[in-house]
Design a binder for this molecule. Structure first.
Ligand SMILES: Nc1ncnc2c1ncn2[C@@H]1O[C@H](COP(=O)(O)OP(=O)(O)OP(=O)(O)O)[C@@H](O)[C@H]1O
Ligand SMILES: [Mg+2]
Ligand SMILES: [Zn+2]
Length: 511
């Protein structure tokens, strides 16, 4: 019997995994198990789950005083991930496992009867294990698809503790999990496409610009005008994800435990949280360990806030910094972690509680006061963060009845892709990824405007009493419009169109 054994496992910090070494030392004495190395409550419960699992499977628990140490000791370890390495150590000390599992790592929770349950964060853990040179990773069956995404390390899916014993003792052949074939887009059923939206040419144009530069966009209009319908079709015109983007987005979903797909997320996320979502739900955090919020789950994709004024103000204000920084830092009980959130924010709203303020076809029944307090739910700084404001009027009857086939998403996407190609070239020596994220230092370098355009911009700035942030954003939108036009210099008509997308705050908010 070994007296000291060591098994590799992994923890999560931010969006990355880190090595946790689970060491166990057995000495003669009254049989008991101690855990040291800052374990949280869940790790303490591990002890009970593991001993229960082993005995219910008829496996020996060594009759000695065993001390477990989880290293490094200075990082707070969370969750039930360490059940499996703890069980492996006990089985080795008890003589159930007779071979030392070299270059192997283990993660997984145990149920009382010895089944292995899924845990969060297996993808980043596996990436780290490969980086550190581990050759084999034993993971819960339900996490095996995400782990198998990683090249250069063998993944073994573990169903229960007895299966693990047999695998490690060489009683069953070891068959690594094969990576799932990535399957782009929904394979069956309905795919939202812009061809299904009749008319609405202005709104579609604005959405194309937003997609081309990854600009935040706000849609305002009466009930039933098609705002939600339009927003849901945005992912169909966004550029394809790069492999790095897929990995990063999947990592976040792995950590949040919201990975439903097999393996990699290869389609940009479209997150549409209900307006009852809390600040923690939107930004991240939580009382039981820090979890990514909706802003991070939408990373590299779209965060859609439908019925914007219905959201809690406290939740919306959480968005302000991350929208600007593309990442969010969450602090809780002395712990802090940062998640990426490079997102395009799309919001939709009615202009007033009844929905018909400013509409020609219906009478608005709201009082001035009610309209004002409704619109004021959106703070000035938040409103400023939407680069493009667009009105979505009800579709005209003739357009709805027309047989004209509207342009499909694939055609729009071609133009978006071309504009993104220009941006890739523009930002090849910069950290910036799209026009919407051009920083202050780059603004004058990348947003060259001609004299006439500058005049247009100046008069708009004065007439619309724009804030400095609104001014910057108009310039960035003009940059995107010029890119769609394959124009190196920003011309006056590009600026004019961009300015037009900022005139609604005047119509509604500053009326
Ligand atoms: N331009 C359009 N072409 C085809 N169908 C449309 C169009 N506009 C609206 N519709 C139809 O009307 C329905 C309602 O649209 P949608 O739910 O997007 O409206 P909305 O603007 O989000 O309304 P609300 O403010 O009430 O949320 C759509 O599901 C669709 O069937
Ligand atoms: Mg709607
Ligand atoms: Zn109204």
């Amino acid at each position: 019997m070994d007296m000291v054994v060591k098994t590799a496992s992994f923890g999560i910090s931010g969006i990355d995994g880190y090595l946790v070494e689970v060491e166990a030392a057995a000495v003669k004495g009254f049989p008991r198990i101690d855990l040291v190395g800052l374990p949280d409550a869940a790790v303490k419960e591990s002890k009970d789950r593991v001993t229960n699992a082993l005995s219910s499977c008829g496996l020996t628990i060594p009759e000695s005083h065993i001390t477990f140490n989880l290293a490094p000791a200075d990082i707070k370890k969370e969750g039930p991930i360490y059940d499996l390495p703890i069980a492996v150590n006990l089985m080795r000390l008890g003589g159930t496992i007779r071979v030392e599992p070299k270059d192997c790592a283990f993660v997984g929770e145990l149920s009382l009867n010895g089944e292995v349950r899924g845990v969060n964060g297996v993808l980043p853990m596996t990436i780290k294990a490969r980086e550190l040179g581990y050759r084999r990773m034993f993971v819960p069956l339900s996490n095996s698809a995400e782990a198998a995404v990683v090249d250069g390390i063998e993944i073994y899916a573990v169903k229960d503790i007895l299966a693990l014993r047999d695998m490690l003792n060489g009683l069953v052949p070891l068959v690594p999990v094969k990576p799932a074939q990535t399957k782009k887009h929904a394979e069956n059923g309905f795919v939202p496409d812009f061809s299904q939206v009749k008319g609405q040419y202005e709104a579609k144009r604005a959405l194309e610009i937003a997609a081309a530069g990854s600009h935040n966009i706000l849609l305002i209009g009466p009930p039933g005008s098609g705002k939600s319908m339009l927003a849901k079709r945005i992912p169909s015109i966004l550029p394809d994800m790069s492999f790095e983007e897929m990995i990063e987005t999947t990592k976040i979903h792995s950590i949040a435990g919201s990975l439903h797909s097999d393996g990699l997320i290869d389609v940009r996320p479209f997150r549409s949280p209900h307006h009852s979502v809390t600040a923690v739900g939107l930004g991240g955090g939580g009382s039981n360990g820090i979890r990514p919020g909706e802003v991070s789950l939408a990373h590299n994709g779209v965060l859609f806030l439908d019925e914007l004024p219905e959201f809690m103000r406290s939740a919306l204000e959480v968005l302000r910094q991350p929208i600007e920084d593309s990442r969010i830092t969450i602090s809780r009980a002395g712990q802090s972690c940062t998640y990426p959130c490079s997102i395009m924010v799309v919001a939709a709203m009615n202009p007033c509680p009844c929905g018909y303020f400013g509409d020609d076809t219906h009478r608005c029944t709201c009082s001035q006061h009610k309209i004002r307090s409704y619109l004021n739910k959106i703070s000035g700084p938040l409103l400023d963060r939407f680069d493009i404001h667009i009105e979505v009027p009800p579709v005209k009857f003739d357009e709805l009845r027309s047989d004209e086939v509207a342009e499909c998403s694939a055609e729009i996407k071609k133009r978006v892709d071309a504009a993104r190609e220009i941006q890739r070239e523009r930002f090849k020596n910069s950290k910036t990824t799209s026009n919407s994220r051009i920083n202050a230092a780059e603004l004058s370098k990348f947003c060259l405007i001609d004299k006439e355009a500058e005049n247009v911009l100046r008069s708009a700035f004065e007439k619309l009493s724009m804030t400095a942030r609104a001014y910057d954003r108009v310039l960035k939108v003009a940059r995107t419009i010029a890119d769609l036009d394959q124009s190196v210099v920003i011309r006056s008509y590009h600026v004019l169109e961009a300015v037009q997308y900022r005139s609604l705050d005047r119509k509604y908010w500053n009326a």
